[in-house]
Design a protein around this ligand. Sequence first.
Ligand SMILES: *Cc1c(COP(=O)(O)O)cnc(C)c1O
Length: 379
Amino acid sequence: MPFRARYTGLINKYHDRLPLADDARVISLGEGNTPLIRLNNIPRDLGRDVDLYVKFEGLNPTGSFKDRGMTVAVTQAVSAGSRAIICASTGNTSASAAAYAARAGIRAFVLIPDGKIAMGKLAQAIMHGAEVLQIRGNFDAGMRIVKAMAEQAPVTIVNSVNPYRLQGQKTAAFEIVEELERVPDYHCLPVGNAGNITAHWIGYSELALSHGDAATAACSFCSGRCRYNCGIVRERPVMVGYQASGAAPFLRNAMVDDPETVATAIRIGHPQSWDYAWAASRESGGWFDEFPDEAILEAQYQLAAREGVFCEPASAASVAGAMRDIRSGRIPEGSTVVCTLTGHGLKDPDVAQRHAEAAVTTVDATSEAVRDAILGKLD
Ligand SMILES: *Cc1c(COP(=O)(O)O)cnc(C)c1O
């Protein structure tokens, strides 16, 4: 790959670490390269000395981390001659699949649950021209149907059971290590289908294995400073997964048939990457935990109001969890912690609007009224 000064998406950047043909036509919208934001106010409020970062995946082209997987899955599908893709989705996968299919000039069929899909996500799938099939059932039912369709129709599945999805998503771990110039001690994620926690573990594990390999021309993960021996990427983080209490199969250690949560992106009771996620948790010495919806929404609000970062409810489960575990000392002081914020808050405006009544003051359209309101608020 020639050096590119301009960022052109994660396939061009990490081509040598992805299982794609050299001459594959890259289907990209410039995904990846998302900011790693150090939180200031929340750690101070907690009174604990930790370096707490959020990786804001909501700033991907369609507003969620799904784009990392989709660029690779759709590039591979097109390269293999596929003319149509299909997915079941709680919303973000369908938005992403629809956009990348549009970009590639192929068809996208998306199965969404009856109701329980955030407005922003449905709007995206429609605008990108997907065939939207709303099923009378939940995500898990959609997933079963999609898996059957792969044998009955000429369509490529782009859910995270497609291994190219996880390959694309593993690049988030690469970016974090490049940015921090070290491996975080803890990595916290919301868990739904469990593909993303699996993908991060793949990414960190590949780095740990490949680093120090003398056959590598240069270490791209510490700006060439380490000369292979600094050991910064020999470690792997502890992987921590957080679920909503109403959709927490990993906590129950059993599938959940009727998952329910306001965090619709993780309203999943039969995770497809069950074994992989357990392996990541065990091998890393990590754990799973759960939160009621109110705690998730409170963390979402704290992030938006105290740090200026607006993520969707599911994403906030990672920060709700990190805050609790930092406060309790389970994540010890001195740790470097990264939370993945999986999607953008604008995806789900309905949830935010619950705060609106308390937040909006109606005044007359006069300078006096506005001045009085300002002075009243500044008191
Ligand atoms: C897909 C998604 C998740 C869950 O990721 P999994 O890989 O299914 O565990 C969490 N948050 C958001 C916003 C998502 O779109």
